[in-house]
Design a protein around this ligand. Sequence first.
Ligand code: PLP
Length: 429
Amino acid sequence: MSDRRSFFQKAGTIAAAAAVLPLLDIFQAEKVEAAVKKIEHLSPLDAAQDEDFWFTVRQSYTVSSNIINLNNGGVSPQPIVTQDALDRYVRLANQGPAYYMWQTIGMERENVRKQLAELGGVSAEEVAINRNSSEALETVIFGMNLKEGDEVLTTNQDYPNMMSALHQRELRDKIKVVKISVPVPCEDPSIIVERFRNAITPNTKVILMCHVINLSGQIMPVRAVADMAHEKNIEVICDGAHSFAHLDFKIPDLHCDYFGTSLHKWLCAPFGTGMLWMKKEKIKNIWPLLGHPEPQSEDIRKFENLGTRSFPIEASIGVSINFHRGIGIKRKEERLRYLKNYWAEKVSKFPKVGLNTSLKREYSCAIGNFCIDGMEPGQIIDKLFGDYKIYTTPIVHDEIKGVRVTPHVYTSLSDLDYFVGAVEKISKG
Ligand SMILES: Cc1ncc(COP(=O)(O)O)c(C=O)c1O
């Protein structure tokens, strides 16, 4: 009973009490907790291979039996407990939105902020809740005081939305964007640090870089780049869309100044949830993307002046955090890496198949990218889905051509065996 309370009630206060837990959720939570107890004595590496435990985790999702979803990197499903919480919040809000959504469910935001801050290892006064990584990172990109001639340094493998935001500032404010390239894959972080260092000029003001590159799954040396950049008074924005709740780290470990992430990816929070973190002393210098009566305030909440949006979505984030904590970030990271290595090692043995992702633990985790000689990524994904109902995503980039594969905690080994078999047949033509 007390475990069950800890699983759910951390998520909310007023509204959680108002939204009574259905029996199914209680049953679900107890099943996961019992499964965790059984593997508590195992190291995270051993727990990563305990198929009974991961089967219980799988049962906590509403996984389709009609397709095999290997594109969780795009957006991830929510566990049943989150889906149910969201449903209850929506129904409660609809009893009288101006009161129940704004006055009741809206009160949950501060609680969610605290939970996110705890997860990220930062102060709640440095965390803004928003809709996704694009909103978080573009708030910083558009909100910085940059003038004509200032340079922003990034990579040509950073995410298109952020590239568009920077390009818009080039056109409008006459800043200059400089891009370095990153080897695919890269097993020597010093190459990346040196490429950034060599591209710095006296005009460089900011570096924007991914923590995990979405195209290849490459884990980037953010801390080393940030330390080098800070010596030259350059600020660092980290795109953490693919690292938060995937890798075991705290935001301060990265030494960056700004960090944006999507919570609907590896945390499995409701669709349309994100988070922006920045150092307390930086807040006053960043203009909010949407107007605020005190735009130069030091209050992180100035970035949340979004107008009416779904408070049920925000309030349900805490349930996903509790679910994520229930599994444990160390176990989750090891499982995700185990799944990626499981399929990637097998397909790499097929004569025509190549990998665009390092299999060394420091350089990748859940995300992997493979290619087949003589086939375009689009042809491969069409075959995978057309013939096998396996859903993946094509990556076509000047430096990387392949198929990105992203399992999640609910992915089973039998799904991956089926996928490996499909790749073998496709590669043999
Ligand atoms: C590296 C990276 N940054 C940012 C984003 C944008 O995420 P969102 O669409 O949730 O804003 C993505 C999306 O996949 C991404 O891969």
